[in-house]
Design a protein around this ligand. Structure first.
Ligand SMILES: [Zn+2]
Length: 361
């Protein structure tokens, strides 16, 4: 798989893919097979959309592997990749010459993988060059962009021409969580495929196989997304989350400045990740407040049902709604926060005002 010319030129890089191969997850198999049955009419531009942490990228790469597999289709189970031919082997090694994976990742000279803020136009230009060249192994040319919404404006623009006139035999897959952020011109040229969401049973079975303790609670915290839950399985993360919940449960005592100070520290990257997690906790928290206010049960912070109840009774639904939208807005801007600590502080100040009315009584 050609990842980026810069990386490939960099001698050892060529043999070091950014991923470990992962076969399609159990909850994806049926949907993948159904898609592959209509392989003759496989779209040249496909947008795979869905929530975070359910395996969209794995789904795309497995679809790509099936399109490139060189075993006779009649000899394959349900049209999926055989997993043993040369082509399948190359895909799993990250070395297939007809597959390009574009991600906002870069390896620095020491070999460390760095996450870039955006997918730059250069990467898309490489993709266009790649798509123009005839297939090496005569099956197809497949390019996967993950996450597509991280393309900057110039990159999305550059992609348009390829979307308008895709070279024959090519398949482009855009993988996106926040697909609404893609320009309408890109969206209108893609066929949509919503990635399958696992049932609770499927997700729990997966987490148990992975040896994750407290799977049910973690799954609830991530809205049922098993890969996100597995990632969350980290005692330090859990402790941090509990500290946040405790602070949020007492808005009148909460000191936004002190909390944001305690939260800050570490490198800028580190802060950005923590900001993302903080915003996620807050989004789940506000959804739960709204659910309980409406007579339902907490979903993301199920273990805090009792802590949430008095808060839900105190909050005004319209203020909560506005606050929830502030959080969603912040999440959209996550890739270019000016000062993560200030963002946290501002969000906490705003959170406290949700209950200000109550405080005066
Ligand atoms: Zn194969």
């Amino acid at each position: 798989m050609v990842r980026s010319r810069k990386a490939v030129d960099n001698e050892e890089e060529a043999s070091a893919p950014f991923f470990e191969w992962q076969d399609a997850y159990p909850w994806q198999r049926a949907a993948l097979q159904a898609r592959l049955r209509q392989r003759a009419s496989w779209p040249q531009a496909l947008l795979i959309q869905g929530a975070a942490g359910i395996g969209k990228r794995v789904l795309a790469l497995n679809a790509a592997r099936a399109l490139l597999c060189e075993k006779e289709e009649t000899e394959r189970a349900q049209g999926e990749a055989c997993g043993v031919c040369e082509s399948c082997h190359y895909v799993a090694m990250g070395q297939h010459p007809d597959l390009m994976l574009i991600e906002p990742l870069e390896r620095d000279p020491s070999g460390e993988v760095k996450v870039l803020d955006a997918i730059p136009v250069d990467a898309i230009r490489r993709l266009i060059d790649f798509m123009q060249v005839t297939s090496h192994r005569q099956r197809a040319k497949v390019a996967v962009i993950v996450p597509a919404e991280r393309m900057n404006a110039a990159a999305a623009n550059a992609l348009l021409k390829t979307l308008e006139e895709p070279p024959s035999g090519s398949a482009l897959m855009l993988v996106a969580q926040q697909w609404q952020r893609l320009p309408a011109t890109v969206l209108s040229r893609c066929q949509r495929w919503t990635a399958p969401y696992p049932s609770t049973e499927e997700a729990l079975a997966f987490l148990r196989d992975e040896g994750v303790d407290g799977a049910e609670q973690l799954l609830a915290q991530t809205g049922g997304a098993p890969l996100a839950a597995r990632e969350r399985f980290d005692p330090e993360q859990q402790a941090l989350r509990q500290a946040w919940q405790k602070a949020l449960a007492q808005p009148h005592r909460l000191s936004p400045y002190a909390l944001a100070q305690a939260w800050a520290g570490g490198s800028r990257d580190d802060n950005k990740q923590r900001l993302a997690r903080f915003i996620e906790v807050m989004i789940g928290w506000t959804v739960d407040l709204a659910r309980i206010h409406g007579g339902g049960a907490a979903r993301y912070h199920a273990e805090c049902q009792e802590m949430l109840r008095p808060l839900a009774a105190a909050v005004a639904p319209s203020a909560l709604f506005h606050y929830h939208h502030s959080l969603l807005r912040q999440r959209r801007w996550l890739n270019h926060p000016l000062q993560p600590r200030l963002v946290v502080e501002a969000l906490l100040i705003e959170y406290r005002t949700l209950f200000a009315h109550r405080q005066k009584q």
